[in-house]
Design a protein around this ligand. Structure first.
Ligand code: ATP
Length: 899
């Protein structure tokens, strides 16, 4: 059907020829059966195969690290030295290590890929005569795609209808000014940038409406041609993982040096050379924290899932950690803080106000105080009509009565419907000729209709902006001039309604001879409409939670200052009196040049009202310059630059545009502010968990190195056998570390100020804790070893068993020493973490098997150490726990009393 030749010339054909060539009908689209057939021919509409890491690659990755080579070398060495059992045991350790790494990484990779799929772009397409929303990868050539402002184009389209359609093609052409689209054919040979009758995959619709026939999908699109996107940006390791990786690498060299020194010292003290080489290798293997990045990845992936379950879809892994460090949230109002379930409560007309009252599904119009019947009022009649005519809400095809679109517009349709004014009933009189999409700068939208040979422009928008361009007012006796006094009066009425938290919109119109006038000039004001959009119930609590967490919340809305201030007040924003600024106040401010006083004023503001999209960008920069880590919510096409600039861009899943979604790091499925706070809590918990298991793993590893190092250094017998070290490393370290990584956090998580984003994972306090815990475990183990050797006279073999058991148990109990100092010794986030208990039971079980299974015990050099030996090991194993808890209590007292 489509060859490279036809693709090249799609823009040179006229709309009819294109439909014919692609065997489709613009009005009906393709039939389902045909879609299936074409998909078989053309494949899915994807630029690249979704980057799934194959299980084989993940498996291979497990055997590439230095650790594996060390283990393999150790195994070969054992074989050379004639120690078959050791050689086999090391191979088993190697395989087990690989298996754990493999399953962990596989799970993390798969769960992240599944999350990425949730965020796939959707597209509206006409098929079998109906407009449906489908996943963009299901598009086939010949499909008829329906576009509107805010959409990302998902295939190359030859446009067949457009209404004021503009596309941002900077991705393809580098030109940032949106291109106006049209439908006429263009001369063959025209360059991509000038093919104005095409909408290209990957570009964004910034304004207007349109429909086009898919002429190329997947790699056949222009984007496919120039695409070097070999892989998704999302798959990159997050900064946290990179930092952990670096930490791990540093430790590799340190450990290798220590292991070599220990081996040399042992040989100098007369131990057997092969034995010391094996000990050195085992030490190196044990002490290298090879699990760090893997556990961190698992932890982040798990956190992403938990966030997804709470309706926050994270598209960038690194956002999880940035969320934990966020210090300021710039939130919009409508739909995020409020319900976005609007209902019209009144119409303010020339001369009187009309209340809209509801009784069940019945709606009636009343003049307050019973002052007459509004039926027959010409201005009310026009107000209702404009509400229907200047409206882009569409009927929902899946639900007969419902509509899709802006809730404010749906509310207008609902009220007019009760007065029997619908699009269908008006269609006989009004034929639509043009639509002027909502202009976020001028805060108005318009439609033009032909009626009895005239053109009627129906306009709605923010009152200040509509009033500014209104020259007359519609009274029940027809239009009359708008005097200065009228203007002031209307402004006061609008402000009064806004100050009660209502959202106010102005409706206006004009009649002209042609349809090419500026629709926003010389208008006749018809009415102000007031909507009720209640605050979401959970918002005040969420705002309090963010304040407790040291995170400032600032409102940044396109709405009126008074409406915004009232809602902000109900939500509990700010401290003391609310500080409000409007877009006009901000107009002259440039973050780079404005003076200190002005800047300080802006930085203290709680509510920014009537802000234009470019002001949002300025504000984000300004707050960032002050050292804030900024999270910002947004939904419109024009919010995209600010969303990108913010440290965390948060887009709305329900009402947001695709463009905003593509530009952001987090998508709120329910649009709710409380979800941001829940996600932030997750972000903080994850970072805390990662810190916990790093401290845990490292203190365990330090103890292993110190025990063998010190013993060998001072000429004692070697207290741990190489295979024992490997066993401990595998059993006692890994499972509790995983359990810590899965913790759900605690109540304190959100009562601390945000973390400094530059703070290292392991700060000085934590290094000290690692040293202290590692030192305490070493002391306990060596003491147990020496007591068994010299006091209980249990013999060298049994003393080794006692040392092994002391170390194994002490490492298990050590998990309780990484708790938060401010929580109780017994009831804290660790003791409440069920995974920790499961890990302990599992590890104790494995230890019992290692001791009890004859063959295993033989290989590991283990046996029953007698009641005295056992008692000694168990009691000494608690020493580090006691030391750790004393330290935690002291450090808590020190910080809480400011000592
Ligand atoms: P927020 O920024 O908190 O989401 P908002 O919805 O009021 O609030 P915008 O979408 O920027 O912000 O709208 C700004 C103003 O423009 C609105 O307060 C309203 O007066 C007007 N407006 C919004 N949508 C439309 C529309 N579809 N038609 C006409 N006017 C609109």
């Amino acid at each position: 059907m489509e060859t490279t030749e036809t693709l090249k010339t799609a823009f040179a054909l006229d709309a009819g020829e294109i439909a014919e060539r692609y065997a489709t009908q613009t009005a009906r689209g393709l039939a389902d059966a045909e879609v299936i057939r074409r998909r078989r021919v053309h494949g899915p509409n994807r630029l690249r195969e979704h980057k799934t890491r194959s299980a084989f690659l993940i498996l291979a990755h497990q055997f590439t690290g230095i650790i594996v080579w060390l283990l393999a070398a150790a195994s070969v060495l054992s074989l050379v030295l004639g120690d078959l059992a050791d050689a086999i045991a090391i191979v088993i350790v190697l395989l087990l290590n690989g298996a754990i790494g493999f399953f962990t990484e596989l799970r993390a990779a798969r769960s992240m890929e599944a999350l990425m799929r949730i965020t796939e772009v959707r597209t509206r397409v006409r098929r079998d005569g109906q407009v449906r929303e489908i996943d963009a990868h299901e598009l086939v050539p010949g499909d008829v795609v329906v576009l509107e402002a805010g959409d990302v184009v998902t295939a190359d389209l030859r446009l067949v209808t457009v209404s004021n359609l503009f596309c941002d093609e900077s991705l393809l052409t580098g030109e940032s000014v949106p291109v106006a689209k049209q439908t006429a054919s263009i001369a063959p040979g025209t360059g991509v940038a000038d093919r104005t009758n095409m909408a290209f995959s990957g570009t964004a619709v910034t304004q207007g409406l349109g429909e086009g026939i898919v002429v190329a999908t997947g790699m056949a699109t222009q984007l496919g041609h120039i695409s070097t996107l070999a892989e998704g940006a999302d798959a990159d390791a997050s900064p946290l993982e990179q930092r952990l990786d670096k930490l791990g690498q540093k430790l590799v060299w340190l450990t290798l040096a220590l292991a070599t020194l220990t081996s040399l010292a042992g040989i100098l003290w007369g131990n057997s050379v092969p034995e010391m080489i094996k000990t050195g290798v085992a030490l190196a293997v044990a002490a290298i924290p090879e699990g760090l990045p893997v556990v961190a990845t698992l932890c982040l992936a798990r956190g992403m899932w938990r966030m997804a379950a709470r309706n926050a879809i994270v598209t960038q892994l690194s956002s999880v950690e940035t969320l934990g460090a966020t210090t300021l949230i710039l939130t919009d109002k409508t739909g995020t803080l409020t319900e976005n379930r609007m209902s019209v409560v009144s119409y303010l007309l020339d001369g009187n106000d009309i209340e809209v009252t509801r009784d069940g599904s019945d709606v009636s119009f009343q003049v307050p105080g019973g002052g007459g019947d509004p039926a027959g009022s010409e201005s009310l009649d026009w107000a209702l009509r404009i509400g229907v005519l200047c409206n882009t809400a569409q009927p929902d095809l899946h639900d007969g009565g419902a509509r899709i679109g802006d809730p404010m517009e749906i509310a207008l349709l609902a009220v007019a419907g009760k007065a029997d004014l619908t699009r269908t009933s008006l269609a006989a009189d009004f034929r639509e000729v043009r639509q002027y999409a909502f202009d976020p700068e001028r805060k108005m939208m318009a439609t033009a209709f032909s009626r009895n040979g005239d053109i009627v422009y129906a306009v709605k928008g923010a009152p200040e902006f509509v009033l500014e361009v209104s020259r007359s007012v519609l009274s029940d006796n027809g239009p009359r001039d708008m005097s200065e006094r009228d203007l002031t009066e209307w402004r006061e009425r609008s402000d009064h309604a806004a100050s009660t938290g209502q959202r106010v919109l102005a409706l206006a119109m004009k009649t002209a001879a042609t349809d090419d006038e500026d629709p926003y000039e010389g208008l006749t004001l018809v009415a102000l409409v007031c909507f009720l959009d209640p605050l979401r119930e959970d918002v005040p609590a969420a705002i309090r939670a963010s304040q407790d967490a040291g995170v400032r919340v600032v409102m940044m809305t396109g709405d009126h200052a008074d409406t915004a201030a009232k809602i902000a007040q109900e939500a509990g924003l700010g401290t003391g009196t609310l500080k409000v600024m409007t877009g006009r106040d901000l107009a002259g401010i440039d973050p780079a040049t404005s003076d200190e006083e002005m800047r300080a004023h802006v930085l203290q503001t709680d509510v920014f009202a009537r802000v234009a999209p470019d002001t949002k960008l300025k504000l984000v920069s300004l707050f960032q310059e002050q050292g804030h880590v900024v999270a910002m919510t947004g939904d419109g096409v024009n919010d995209a630059p600010a969303l990108k600039k913010a440290d965390i861009g948060i887009a709305m899943g329900l009402r947001g545009t695709q463009v905003a979604r593509e530009a952001s790091d987090i998508i709120l499925k329910d649009d709710a502010f409380a979800t941001i706070i829940a996600a932030m809590r997750q972000g903080r918990t994850i970072f805390e968990n990662i810190r916990k298991f790093v401290v845990y793993l490292m203190s365990c590893n330090v103890s292993e190195v110190l025990i063998v190092g010190i013993a060998v250094g001072v000429g004692l017998p070697v207290p741990l056998l190489p295979l024992q070290i490997l066993f401990l490393n595998l059993v006692t370290d890994v499972f509790p570390a995983f359990a810590l990584g899965l913790g759900r956090g605690d109540d304190e998580t959100m009562s601390e100020p945000p973390r400094d984003p530059n703070e290292p994972i392991i700060d000085r306090k934590r290094w000290f804790l690692i040293g202290l815990l590692g030192g305490a475990i070493t002391l306990a183990t060596l003491s147990a070893f020496m007591l068994a050797l010299f006091y209980l006279d249990l013999g060298a073999d049994t003393a080794v068993v006692v040392a092994f058991l002391t170390l194994a148990l002490a490492q298990l109990w050590n998990v309780f020493s990484v708790r938060r100092p401010s929580l109780a010794v017994v009831r804290n986030e660790i003791s409440r973490n069920p995974y920790v208990w499961a890990a302990l039971v599992l590890c104790l079980g494995l230890l019992a098997i290692a001791m009890g299974h004859p063959a295993l015990a033989d290989v590991l050099g283990l046996h029953w150490p007698g009641p005295d030996g056992m008692l000694l090991a168990v009691s000494m194993s608690f020493l580090p726990l006691v030391v750790g808890q004393i330290f935690l209590v002291l450090s808590y007292l020190r910080t809480s009393r400011g000592l």
